[in-house]
Write a protein that binds this ligand. Structure first.
Ligand code: GLU
Length: 297
């Protein structure tokens, strides 16, 4: 089967030096494997979306010579598909309604003496697992199976997470209506036949949740490669909040060179966009033939 990669930006603002790394990395990986590359606009969280950012991102990608092989998919058009995935999870007993507010969750965790500072998420204490106890339903949650999830990242190596303990039963549809990223991304990666997920390292700890959902929905698990992040002056992932500037459409080659350096590609002498992209694909293919560098655990 051919490789299919994707870039899945949330249209919360224009492409910048950080998001271009994920766009370029996923494009190079697909092209180096002679695969297809798709773009998906992840606009499920409407309040965070900025009007026109989707079209701007697509223009910025085009200015960089990164052209998707299919018409992009907008997640805001996919509600019926997510609803049927949720229905099948509910029917299988893998999802349930939850009536807890944030405050209920905090109070239960505090009463149980759970110190969640150590975890990236506030683990859901499972209060509504066996019923709503008369409360109105506010969200739908995944019934996370017990046990450690082990997976392989092409750059980070072997990874493990005890999702049930560290995250708990995570949300699939939020109280205020929107579909959660975890459900939408798993349904769409499967629907688009994605074989290789290449994205920023900040999303690596979402992967075990996505693998559990893939298993529950009986869809394949793609290969994963989480790329190094560009950091802002405050040391956090570069974002609009810490000063990321929109990619300059007039200087695509300069922006691509900077993104390639983050990906560990050596500089090239190419002076035109077409030559540069062709050389970058060849360099990426060469890097894939040598053993993947492993980050220290
Ligand atoms: N939409 C997510 C973001 O922009 C990326 C999702 C993914 O690549 O899985 O951060």
């Amino acid at each position: 089967m051919g490789c299919v990669g994707r870039f899945a930006p949330s249209p919360t603002g224009p492409l910048h030096a950080g998001s271009l790394v994920a766009a370029l990395g996923s494009w190079l990986d697909a092209r180096a494997r002679r695969g297809r590359w798709l773009v998906r606009i992840e606009d499920v969280d409407q309040p965070r979306c900025v009007a026109g950012a989707d079209e701007l991102i697509l223009r910025q990608l085009a200015a960089c010579g990164l052209h998707p092989d299919e018409t992009p998919l907008w997640q805001s058009t996919r509600g019926a598909v997510y609803a049927s995935a949720l229905d099948s999870l509910v029917a299988a007993g893998s999802a349930y309604p939850c009536g807890c507010t944030r405050r209920d969750i905090e109070e239960t965790l505090a009463a149980r003496g759970v110190n969640h500072e150590r975890f990236t998420e506030r683990p859901y204490p499972g209060t509504c697992r066996d019923g709503l106890h008369g409360k109105p339903a506010r969200a739908w949650r995944f019934r996370t199976p017990d046990g450690v999830v082990t997976w392989h990242d092409r750059r980070l190596g072997a990874r493990t997470q005890d999702v049930a303990r560290e995250v708990g039963d995570f949300v699939l549809r939020r109280a205020d209506g929107p579909w959660a990223y975890q459900l939408a991304v798993v349904v769409d990666d499967a629907a688009q036949g994605i074989t290789d997920v290449v994205r920023g390292e900040d999303l690596a700890d979402n992967t075990p949740r996505q693998i559990l959902l893939q298993r529950a929905l009986a869809v394949p698990t793609p290969r994963y490669l989480h790329l190094p992040l560009v950091r802002g002056p405050d040391g956090h992932k570069l974002s609009k909040q810490n000063g990321a500037k929109a990619l300059d459409l007039g200087e695509p080659l300069a922006a691509l060179r900077a993104a390639a350096a983050v990906l560990g590609l050596p500089p090239t002498r190419a002076t035109t966009l077409g030559d540069w992209l062709a050389e970058a694909v060849a360099l990426w293919a060469g890097m894939m033939r040598t053993p993947e560098p492993r980050s220290p655990e």
